[in-house]
Design a protein around this ligand. Structure first.
Ligand code: HEM
Length: 328
């Protein structure tokens, strides 16, 4: 699932090679020696992070982000495409440690689902028809900015950012874009999914005006769900089979009426957590990554399990039905 996102919708600027962690971060050549980073000049105009006083970020997080050695360098270098490779690299040793910290976070907070959604929503703004970066969207860390977090589709994701921010603060050599995707893939693996062969080296946008406009992510209740799904996912360069596979991420997690407006306040499967109780899940074991989403939605045997109009469309639209017969 995240393989599709990581290789297809999260690709960095064309010139940029991606570092792999799967073969052992310590032996992976770093894309940028840290000495090269510190010698580059700082452009203060690009270094601020926009979060209003109503946001619940701690001042220390903000200070750390504003002073992050990477953000001004990325900003400057992204304007000079030949240098963007230099600024983009996440430090492979730090990536490896950050992954261990993500595993600890998952163990203590049971936040696998929301971290998967975080990675998906940063990546899912990708538009294959737009050549220019960062206008084309995709996994570029733009979801850390308040303006994008306030998009209706991102309701609740500020909580995911709060969970991940301490890890970002600890590892200045890891970009948000890489961290979001790493968190998402690690969450799937730790929930029982397959090991995902991730590559790293994504570039962060540096200012809120580089965020994509609202409306690129799918809506759960559009007038014609199947058409809508195709429109949104085809824009990312994905096909029907990939739409079905990716939708299977709803094997994890819950929908909360106070966030997205969808789902029941609680069900027999969610009233006791783990993690924050409440919401309506798509599957009974909503912290286990398996194939039950497809079975449960097909059977619709339990009113306590959620089926969004877009989930239902996977089984109703004749074309996608063909895909479901093949893989479900
Ligand atoms: C196909 C179109 C999709 C629609 C319309 C959709 C819509 C939604 C909605 C409404 C929620 C509930 C949010 C809340 O109330 O907190 C949600 C949750 C979630 N979505 Fe999707 N989604 C789609 C595709 C995906 C994809 C492709 C992925 C990942 C690859 C994904 C991963 C998740 C996860 C893991 C959650 C649970 C989050 C949690 O428990 O906090 N979704 N989605």
């Amino acid at each position: 699932m995240v393989q599709y996102l990581s290789h297809r919708t999260i690709s960095p600027p064309k010139s940029q090679p991606m570092a792999s962690l799967s073969s052992g971060a310590a032996t992976t050549p770093r894309l940028l020696p840290s000495a090269a980073r510190v010698r580059l000049p700082i452009s203060s105009a690009c270094s601020s992070l926009s979060l209003s006083s109503s946001s619940s970020y701690s001042p220390s997080s903000l200070k750390c982000l504003r002073l992050s050695p990477l953000s001004p360098l990325i900003c400057k270098d992204q304007k000079r495409s030949s240098m963007s490779t230099v600024a983009a690299a996440s430090d492979a040793v730090q990536l490896k440690s950050a992954r261990e910290d993500i595993k600890e976070l998952l163990k203590s907070k049971f936040c696998h689902p929301i971290l998967v959604r975080l990675g998906w929503h940063d990546a899912g703004t990708y538009n294959k028809s737009i050549e220019e970066w960062p206008k084309r969207g995709g996994a570029n860390g733009s979801l850390r900015f308040e303006i994008e977090l306030k998009h209706a589709a991102n309701a609740g994701l500020v909580d995911a950012l709060k969970l991940i921010q301490p890890i970002k603060d600890k590892y200045s050599g890891v970009t948000y874009a890489d961290l979001f995707q790493m968190a998402s893939a690690t969450a799937i693996e730790e929930a029982g999914g397959s090991k995902i062969p991730m590559k790293y080296g994504r570039v962060d946008v540096s200012a809120p005006d580089e965020c994509p406009e609202e409306g690129r992510l799918p809506d759960a209740g559009p007038p014609k769900p199947a058409d809508h799904l195709r429109e949104v996912f085809y824009r990312m360069g994905l096909n029907d089979k990939e739409i079905v596979a990716l939708s299977g991420a709803h094997t994890l997690g819950r929908s909360r009426p106070e966030r997205s407006g969808w789902g029941k306040p609680e069900t027999k499967y969610t009233k006791n957590g783990p993690g924050a109780p409440g919401g309506q899940s798509w599957t009974a074991e909503w912290l286990k990554f398996d194939n039950s989403y497809f079975k449960d939605i097909k059977e619709r045997k339990d009113g306590d399990l959620l089926v969004l109009p877009t989930d239902a469309a996977l089984f109703e639209d004749p074309f996608i039905q063909g895909v479901c017969r093949e893989i479900c």
